[in-house]
Design a protein around this ligand. Structure first.
Ligand code: FUB
Ligand code: ZN
Length: 650
């Protein structure tokens, strides 16, 4: 059976239980063509396929064999980080979603082999972390940096993916044994009463509960959430870590219900909030939901880059102050963008609000995808919005240049797992109908409602959705109108319908029949975007956007000799869009006229009295490409935010 014909029924990464308090439930999806098919094919055929080689080369798999004592030649832990097992688990999770989508014998065999190595390494009491098993220290004594629960969480998520994809329990059994060991070890009056320095196990335990039905997994997730914020973590307790990042870094500064803003390490913060959202979904905790909505608003409203990137600070990979969103030194780790998608999707399910999927869209196309090389082999760990031709990286910085793998390789397999499970973030259903959140060519469905979507999105704004199967119970079909779009039209079976967007959704209400066709046309003019004036680092700048895509200028597309530090733009000038099928995997470029500021040797001082005009420069053509594909050609300069031409200059 071809992927086109197989029914869309599989469960994805987040599968709320039947009694969950959700406004929307994820629908199944299969992407069959277009933008995301291209990127997901590279993910499957190149990135995931190459994963075992990478994990072998970096020593991650040898660690499991050594812990199982079947490989005495590699008895010492390989690598620099306690959490390296998680790279293997993230890869296994990616492979699981890939197997669910389009299984191949080679991938199935690789998964089976690696699961066997993981299982063999597990201690008889259920404990599993190769770093500590290979002499790294005493388990559960270094909760700050030890990452034991973090790794356990990734193991659980991998096991859930494998089980949902294949029905097999080989990895699930390992994960449940570890979860049981954790339950026996942690809790008031137990051997350990505390939390992990890196949240992650919370969301994983909820998903394990959804898979096994074991209420104790949900209770354990609740314990870890409630115990956090009571100052149980301190770096001093961990050997070899004399720099204490402070309680905010590892989300131990406040109980979540007392928190007013997103702070500390961005991935830690957002994994925690994703886990809390999962708990709210399964328990109907309305106070927690309200708090999560407020924290999401703080993140989106004051701490997110235009690209959806989060975690602006290089120091401790942390959220900055409100509006601390520089273009050049914005860290925006790829994992943080992924964590933002995880959090937002759970909020979309909880509340039904389109704003969460708006941010997911922005993040996916821009701040996430920039982390993934077009070749599927080169990655960005940090995703700034400006790279100068003269490198501004400090020794020890994560580089803003594409790299094959990292010493701390958290991002590549994390990106693989998101891409592999991505179609499950695209559509939902509830008692009122069916909702499309993201637009990608493919087949989406729930129950007996199935719809086939055809689109050239994000290059064009037309989305055609043809109903294939429609039970009488589905009387509403909703389409998300992105926040960036202020002109759209909906046609049903060729006739324009008068619908307006409410809270980001347009809903066509009728009894649907097979072959009913909805066409949504989203206006996609090029937009000049200005920052909130409170973003001091960006004042006086403009960015180019079209549809869901943020654009940037890269050296490679400009006239020879143009210095991107010298150009200014005028938002009043027209910009043109050109389809370039042979550039960067096929993109639309945006061309506009800008001006090169003329500098002279007399400009020894970069400040001028108000009223003194800049020196006039010549007009130049500028070509912008989508930010999501920047850095795929060379290591030249790049910038998203462009200085606006000052009034009074010619
Ligand atoms: O600590 C594990 C991972 O390493 C984090 O999620 C990333 O931010 C990186 O610091
Ligand atoms: Zn990462």
């Amino acid at each position: 059976m071809s992927p086109e014909q197989t029914p869309v029924t599989s469960l994805g990464p987040i599968a709320p239980t039947p009694h969950a308090a959700v406004a929307l439930r994820p629908a199944a999806g299969r992407v069959t063509g277009g933008f995301w098919a291209q990127r997901r094919t590279t993910n499957a055929d190149i990135s995931i396929a190459d994963g075992p080689r990478r994990l072998e080369e970096a020593g991650n798999l040898a660690n499991f064999r050594a812990a199982a004592d079947t490989d005495p030649g590699h008895a010492a832990f390989a690598g620099d980080f306690q959490f390296q097992d998680s790279d293997v688990y993230k890869w296994l999770e990616a492979a699981g979603w890939q197997l669910a989508d389009s299984p191949t014998p080679d991938l199935a065999a690789a998964v089976e082999q690696i699961i066997a190595q993981v299982g063999a390494a597990q201690r008889p009491d259920g404990y599993l972390q190769t770093y500590y098993q290979l002499g790294g220290g005493t388990p559960w004594t270094e909760l700050g940096w030890g990452h034991e629960l973090y790794c356990a969480g990734h193991l659980m998520q991998a096991a859930v993916a494998h089980h949902r994809a294949t029905g097999g329990t080989e990895l699930l059994d390992v994960a449940v044994r570890f979860a049981d060991h954790i339950a026996a070890t942690f809790g008031p009056g137990a051997a350990v009463d505390g939390v992990c320095g890196h949240p992650q196990v919370e969301t994983a335990l909820v998903e394990l509960y959804r898979t096994t039905g074991g209420k104790h997994h949900l209770d354990l997730a609740r314990y870890f959430l409630d115990r956090r914020g009571h100052g149980t973590l301190s770096a001093g307790a961990d050997r070899g870590h004399d720099r204490d990042p402070g309680p905010e870094f590892w989300q131990d500064h406040l109980p979540i219900l007392q928190a007013d803003e997103v702070v500390g390490h961005a991935v830690r913060q957002l994994y925690l909030l994703a886990g809390a959202a999962d708990l709210a979904i399964e328990t109907g905790d309305t106070a927690l939901t309200a708090k999560l909505e407020a924290l999401w608003q703080d993140m989106a409203g004051a701490k997110t880059s235009l690209t959806g990137g989060v975690g602006a600070r290089y120091d401790w990979e942390a959220f900055g102050d409100p509006y601390e969103l520089p273009a050049d030194r914005s860290y925006n780790e790829t994992c943080a963008a992924i964590a933002s998608v995880h959090f937002s999707w759970r909020m979309a399910l909880l509340t039904g609000r389109a704003r969460y999927s708006d941010l997911i869209e922005r993040t996916l196309y821009n701040g996430f995808l920039s982390g993934v090389g077009l070749d599927g082999l080169h990655w960005l760990y940090v995703n700034p919005l400006h790279r100068r031709a003269r490198a501004h990286e400090r020794p020890g910085d994560q580089t803003a240049t594409r790299t094959e793998w990292f010493r701390c390789a958290c991002c590549p397999p994390n990106a693989m797992r998101l891409l592999a499970g991505l179609p499950h973030y695209f559509a939902t259903h509830n008692s009122e109908g069916f909702q499309l959140h993201q637009y990608a060519t493919g087949v989406y469905g729930s129950g007996h409602f199935t719809v086939r979507v055809a689109t050239r999105y994000p290059w064009e704004g037309r989305i055609t959705a043809t109903v294939e199967q429609a039970p009488p119970s589905v009387t509403g079909f909703s389409l998300r109108i992105p926040a960036w779009c202020d002109r759209f039209q909906v046609k049903v079976n060729g006739a324009a319908v008068d619908v307006s967007a409410r809270d980001g959704w347009v809903t066509v209400s009728r009894a649907f029949a097979p072959d009913d066709t909805l066409v949504l046309d989203l206006g996609m003019p090029v937009r000049f975007t200005r920052p909130d004036p409170r973003v001091d680092a960006l004042r006086g700048m403009r960015a180019l956007e079209r549809g869901p895509l943020v654009y940037c200028l890269e050296d490679a597309d400009q006239i020879p000799g143009l210095d991107l530090e010298e150009i200014v733009v005028d938002p009043a000038v027209a910009a043109t869009v050109t389809a370039r099928p042979n550039l960067l995997g096929g993109v639309n470029t945006v061309t506009l006229r800008g001006r090169r500021r003329r500098t002279s040797h007399d400009d020894w001082w970069p400040y001028r009295a108000d009223g003194k005009a800049d020196t006039a420069g010549d007009e130049v053509q500028l070509t912008a490409v989508p930010y999501g594909v920047w850095g795929n050609r060379d290591s030249g300069a790049m910038r998203v935010w462009l200085p606006e031409r000052a009034p009074g200059t010619d």
